[in-house]
Ligand binder design. Sequence first.
Ligand SMILES: Nc1ncnc2c1ncn2[C@@H]1O[C@H](COP(=O)(O)OP(=O)(O)OP(=O)(O)O)[C@@H](O)[C@H]1O
Length: 112
Amino acid sequence: MLKKKFLPAFHGLRDAWGHPAVRIQIILGILAVIAGFVLKLTILEWAFVVFAIGLVIGAEVFNTCIEKLCDLHSTEYDHRIEVIKDMSAGGVLIAALTALVIAVMILLEHLN
Ligand SMILES: Nc1ncnc2c1ncn2[C@@H]1O[C@H](COP(=O)(O)OP(=O)(O)OP(=O)(O)O)[C@@H](O)[C@H]1O
């Protein structure tokens, strides 16, 4: 039952890994974890870092899905697709900026 529910999700993540944008976010997430060990983060700081990594990778996976859905509909220029894809990219930007603010706050705390 659980296997049936989760296995397709893991297949989805394997497919998502095939997309450069998702791969870059996962690699950045791994670098953030390495930096976290170097800086010896507190448990609360780790909670924010893990949250930020999950937020950005999750947003990028959804963005990739939306791009694929749009391309399934049409790869010709379509203003409606442009709006949808731009909005989806905007969602990733919000997640990335949130992660950046968290990273800067933690860095400032540790450099002081
Ligand atoms: N069919 C289309 N019609 C109009 N504009 C499009 C179309 N496809 C893409 N665009 C524009 O190009 C931008 C980039 O779209 P694309 O699908 O290439 O995403 P990408 O950002 O390159 O993908 P990735 O997240 O994989 O790097 C969109 O945000 C949109 O502005």
